[in-house]
Design a protein around this ligand. Structure first.
Ligand code: URA
Length: 264
């Protein structure tokens, strides 16, 4: 009975004899071949660019979903929980929202922004005249950060290492979708995508760029749950008005005045 190693060698030899002189390997297959050759597996690599050779955006995103579930760079940290929560929405969206990391509800339902912060995000979308189905919603970190014994329903923001580990996936999603603009929800997403250390107060209200894509930073929806002040809601809304303008979405006079202290 031939061993798997012998079978692969034989298969490769047959391919070579029939004129094939290269084969594409994903990182998992490459690691297995290296281990057979007695070479230690390489450190986790960003092989998401292989994805770019695939054809449709749907295929690219599906590939990334599978890769993310098995993303060694994140898993090897040992500080993130096991269940991967991928993105949701329209892969042809012109607008992408990038949040922080899944929380209790998101992990349970395996969908980003389905808890209280998600309801707030849905409200923002409705005010813009959009639905969840028209946009693409993702997180800078695809796994719920672990809090060990203290976890329960508590959540914590991802660490810089956890963000860096997941970043190649998010970058590849944005390359695949290539939206008209991106909104970073909160400072954690901005830190990952833009490499900016400031708080939202100093980053919002202007356009930045991630890989050539206009990118806006605004307060995380959970901030609006904690801070009901009209000024906080208006700040987010002004960022969304700028997004609507860049997307050439219709804006009524009434919409322009939302959350103004004196709307007249
Ligand atoms: N907060 C986030 O940043 N992302 C989610 O998916 C849920 C809450």
């Amino acid at each position: 009975m031939p061993t798997p190693r012998e079978l692969v060698r034989e298969g490769l030899q047959q391919l070579q004899e029939s004129g094939t002189n290269s084969v594409a390997l994903d990182s998992e297959a490459a690691d297995i071949l290296r281990s057979w050759e007695g070479t230690a597996p390489a450190a986790p690599v960003d092989d998401t660019r292989q994805n770019e050779q695939l054809q449709t955006t749907e295929q690219k995103i599906e590939y990334l979903r599978r890769r993310a579930g098995n993303w060694k760079a994140a898993r090897s940290l040992g500080t993130l929980r096991d269940r991967m929560v991928f993105s949701v929405g329209n892969v042809h969206a012109r607008l992408v929202f990038v949040g922080e990391a899944p929380g209790y509800d998101e992990e349970r339902l395996q969908e980003p922004f389905v808890g209280p912060a998600g309801k707030k995000l849905n409200e923002i979308l409705r005010a813009m005249g959009l639905s969840r189905e028209q946009v693409y919603i993702t997180n800078i970190c695809k796994f719920r950060p672990s809090m060990g014994d203290r976890q329960g329903t508590s959540n914590r923001p991802p660490s810089p290492q956890e963000i860096a580990a997941c970043l190649p996936i998010v970058q590849a999603e944005l390359r695949a979708i290539h939206p008209v603009c991106v909104v970073c929800l909160g400072a954690t997403a901005a830190r990952g995508l833009l490499g900016k250390e400031g708080g939202v107060g100093s980053l919002r209200g202007q356009w930045w760029e991630h890989a050539g894509i206009p990118t806006r930073v605004t307060y995380h929806p959970s901030y609006l749950l904690r801070n009901q002040a009209l000024s906080a809601r208006r700040a987010v809304w002004e960022d969304m008005l700028a997004v609507m303008e860049i997307l050439s979405l219709p804006i009524s006079e009434k919409q322009r005045r939302y959350f103004l202290i004196d709307p007249h």
